[in-house]
Every structure is written in structure tokens, then in C-alpha cells.
Unconditional design. Sequence first.
Length: 219
Amino acid sequence: METYGSHVYPGRLFVVEGVDGSGKSTQIALLRQWLISEGYAVFFSEWNSSPLVKKTTSKGKKKQLLTPTTFSLIHATDFADLDRQWVRELYQFAVKPTVAFYYRVPLEVSLSRILTGRNELKYYEAGLDLGLSHDPYESFKLFQERIVGEYESMIDEFGLTVMDATLPIPEQQRRMRKIIRPYLQGVRRMRGSAKETAWAGLAREMRPSHIDVSGRSGR
């Protein structure tokens, strides 16, 4: 069964994947900023972008009530202990991305990044609901090893573009832009007030530390 197919929409779909702490959020934020500065209209979507879904999962997490199955059905992100065929059938409606990036990073590095600025891992973040270990840090490693294994197995099957998440942030972004640039040929650009409105909206959304004005004309 084909799990997903080519889309016929006029836009481009860029997907960024990776384990927690891989830096994917930083890279997609920088890419979004750059695309808007170049005049492209951007629609950004993430796993908890729906207000209803975010509110529901937040309540479930606080009381530790979510199982892998309910978590998947609510916002389709945690597939631990689920049948692969079931997951594929659940997502067979999905369209094929223009480019799907996979940010590969050693688990020790991702853990160090996550713990920067805080002292402990969150319950679900550490995979404690899976019963792999009572120690949060050991559980995190075991949980993320499973996720890494799945990502690695999908590289060839789904044509994931592997990115070295240990490189300096600017270098990662430079490579990302170089890869997607050819796919932007023929895409309409915003002009005048539309571009300025989009840029202003992005500036309001993002924290000041994430706004790199130099990226507006960067390559």
C-alpha cells in the first residue's frame, strides 16, 4: 500500500523531522523567516498547532492519562507499541513533501540541549509512560533510541534528506536553503504590503532571540 502520494497543490511542502533536542525547531524557524523575507507566503504547521488538540493533550499530560494509542489518535505523534501497518493506514491520506529533512544528532547531544536551562526531563518527554526505566534519563535514552531507529529505517523508504544536526546553526541553515532553493522556482512571491504584513506577523510570533534580521537577505 502506498502510504502517501504526490500532491497537486501549487505550493511547496517542506517537512522537518528529528528527535527532541535535534535543533529542528530552530532550523524551521530560521527557514520560515528567510522564506518570508524572500517574498514567499508561508503557512507553518506543527504537531500541536490546533488549539483544541493542544488543550486536550495538555490536560491529559498533566494527569498522566495519555496512552500511546489515545495520544496518537488525538494529535498523531506518539506511536510507541503501535502496529506499523495501522500507522501507515492512518496516514495514507497524507501528501508527499517536496523535501523531508531529518536532523540526525547523537542522543547525548540532544539530551544536553534539552537540559540547558532546566534540571529535569518531563514525564512524556522522557518516555516514562512506556515503562522502559524508572530513571528519567535512562528512559529518555531508551525511548529516543527507538525513535532514532524508526527514522533511520525511513531514510531510504521515504527519501528523507539527512542533515547533520551537530554542525553550527548557520551552516545547517545555509545547507537547508541550498537544498530547497531549486524547488522555489516558479512559486509566486508576495509584494509590497503583503510581504510587510507577513514579516510583521512573524516578528510578533517569534521571540526576539529568534529574529535574525540579517537572514532577510541571506542565502
